[in-house]
Write a protein that binds this ligand. Structure first.
Ligand code: SF4
Ligand code: SF4
Length: 89
């Protein structure tokens, strides 16, 4: 709450409601996939070890993502210590 600047629960109650949708609506959107900012990547390999879809390889010291394998789960993005990964459509 501090990080987001909230003081009490009522400050953020209901703010997520605008993002609620149906599975059918989600299915209409193009799939998301991860991309790496190679200028920020250290090649630590954390993302490659985490990916359940075997979509990440470390090549010449930088993470490379195979979009055809990426499920867009976002796990790599959450665990990258350098915030070098983002999800795009
Ligand atoms: S976790 Fe981040 S810094 Fe480490 S290899 Fe993956 S993208 Fe690069
Ligand atoms: S978003 Fe998920 S599936 Fe795609 S590369 Fe990252 S961990 Fe793997």
């Amino acid at each position: 709450m501090e990080r987001k600047g909230y003081e009490k629960i009522t400050d953020f109650r209901g703010v997520a409601l605008q993002y609620l949708t149906t599975v059918e609506e989600l299915a209409k959107k193009p799939p998301m996939h991860a991309v790496v900012d190679k200028s920020s990547c250290s090649g630590c390999g954390i993302c490659a070890n985490l990916c359940e879809y075997d979509a990440i390889r470390i090549v010449e010291g930088k993470a490379e993502i195979d979009e055809s394998k990426c499920d867009g789960c976002g796990l790599c993005k959450e665990f990258c210590p350098l915030k070098a990964i983002k999800l795009v459509r």
